[in-house]
Design a protein around this ligand. Structure first.
Ligand code: SF4
Length: 210
């Protein structure tokens, strides 16, 4: 599925039960030639109302983090693991089956943008995007070379908003991004079989995600 097809399908998607709790699908936004690609877990109240990722307090924190790197959100592709807001207040975490249903849209976005660095915010995004099952505390802040790009797991913005010590860790992790963005793309044969990935044609592996 190419990017345009994915976007069109997602905007009317009813593939999982989250279609009943959303107001709007939050597909994602940003330039298709962005080198930095940031993935959150699920839309919250503000994202659901705006139809855009990273709004409200978490959006302001992200803007500050990007600003500290002389970046603005207009230069970054921003999206979310599941594109519809889960029910509850606060919303519950997405279920593995919902993440799996929504995964093809994320893979189409990744294939189209082909960023050099993918920041996975939070435990669930980190597992899906690295294909690893270790707890976030063990892989946080370490770049994982995959599909000729760096996947960089770190803490969620929500956690950083409420736990000051974690905010410091998140700031420290983001400070590594310029180094990764300036680096050559990694040469690796490991792949999550993202369509369009040259590595996928050479030696595909399918890590167990859950
Ligand atoms: S979360 Fe994803 S798979 Fe589920 S209804 Fe929304 S767009 Fe479709």
């Amino acid at each position: 599925m190419d990017f345009a097809e994915a976007q069109k399908e997602a905007l009317g998607c009813t593939k999982c039960g989250l279609c009943h709790s959303r107001t709007q699908v939050v597909f994602g936004e940003g330039p298709l030639n962005a080198e930095l690609f940031i993935v959150g877990e699920a839309p919250g109240f503000n994202e659901d109302r705006a139809g855009k990722p990273f709004q409200g307090a978490s959006g302001m924190l992200l803007d500050r983090l990007l600003g500290s790197l002389d970046l603005s959100r207009e230069r970054v592709y921003l999206t979310i693991l599941v594109k519809c807001r889960p029910p509850g207040s606060p919303p519950r975490s997405p279920r593995p089956s919902e993440v799996s249903s929504c995964r093809p849209y994320l893979m189409s976005q990744l294939a189209a943008v082909d960023p050099k660095v993918v920041v996975a915010l939070g435990e669930m995004a980190s597992r899906v995007l690295t294909g690893r099952k270790e707890p976030l505390s063990r892989i946080r802040g370490r770049a994982v070379p995959l599909d000729r790009r760096y996947v960089f797991p770190t803490l969620s913005l929500q956690r950083a908003l409420y736990v000051p010590a974690d905010r410091g860790l998140l700031i420290s992790d983001f400070s590594r991004l310029p180094e990764l963005l300036a680096a050559e793309r990694p040469s690796t044969y490991e792949t999550l079989n993202i369509p369009g990935s040259p590595a996928a044609e050479r030696e595909p592996i399918q890590p167990g995600l859950w």
